[in-house]
Design a protein around this ligand. Structure first.
Ligand SMILES: *Cc1c(COP(=O)(O)O)cnc(C)c1O
Length: 236
């Protein structure tokens, strides 16, 4: 995958047209108030340039090294916002805080404490989402609802965290109705936490990917994270 960020100019022009087209179609479907994060993981920087040309400012990456390389390679593009959406290992916390505007995937108290400590030592403070699982999913990180409730007070006592809301990923293989009800539950839980929060501006609900952004938006997502629908399949 290391070579994935090296561009191929021949392919780029047609890719750029397809990307602009995909973005226009997506835009037509997504309401004004919902932010689209274009998930550019494993995609070359030319693809990100094409999406920026088409008006996208928010990009999502799931590996910190790849995200930093792309950000540096594209430093001349103004006003890009970089969103980290992958599992963040402890030894990458400092790098993530230095280079990411958002981290959607704060998935444990231990990680939250590390982030809090690093900000306390002077690193910058990105906007954060807490990752919650609304169905058992051993392959995914994050809190279950009851676990988050149990950690809530401790989390709120971490004085440096700029927590903006929740992020969730629906498990693969759910039917349409199940997906919908999972997202409804997420919205409900998010609103409850919004009311309960003593100090956070809890205005963000990050849910919905290429396969399920429609039900996510219908249920009240404020941010969708869309990769393949914009950039095409990652396996090709
Ligand atoms: C890869 C990824 C996405 C985007 O997935 P697509 O199916 O390409 O839209 C969204 N969120 C997370 C957490 C991801 O890892």
């Amino acid at each position: 995958m290391a070579g994935a960020t090296v561009g191929n100019t021949e392919a780029s022009l047609t890719d750029a047209i397809a990307i602009a087209d995909n973005i226009a179609k997506l835009r037509a479907e997504v309401p004004e108030g919902v932010r689209v994060v274009a998930v550019s993981k494993y995609k070359p920087i030319e693809a990100i340039r094409a999406a920026r040309e088409a008006g996208v400012r928010d990009f999502g990456e799931s590996r910190i090294q790849e995200a930093i390389e792309k950000r540096q390679a594209l430093s001349e593009l103004e006003e890009l916002r970089w969103h980290f959406i992958g599992h963040l290992q402890s030894n990458k916390v400092n790098a993530a805080l230095q280079h990411m505007d958002w981290i959607h995937s704060v998935d444990s108290l231990k990680l939250a404490r590390r982030i809090n400590g690093a900000i306390g030592r002077g690193l910058s403070s990105p906007k954060l989402c807490l990752q919650v699982k609304f169905a058992p999913d051993p392959d995914k990180f994050g809190w279950h609802e009851d676990e988050l409730l149990a950690d809530w007070e401790t989390l709120e006592s971490l004085e440096n965290l700029d927590v903006r809301g929740l992020m969730t990923i629906a498990p693969l293989g759910l039917g349409e109705a199940q997906t919908r009800s999972l997202f409804e539950r997420a919205r409900h839980f998010w609103q409850e936490r919004q009311t309960a929060s003593q100090r956070w501006q809890f205005d963000t609900l990050s849910m919905g990917m290429s396969g399920d952004y429609r039900p996510a938006i219908a249920a009240g997502a404020t941010v969708v994270r869309v990769g393949r629908t914009i950039f095409g399949d990652r396996s090709s």
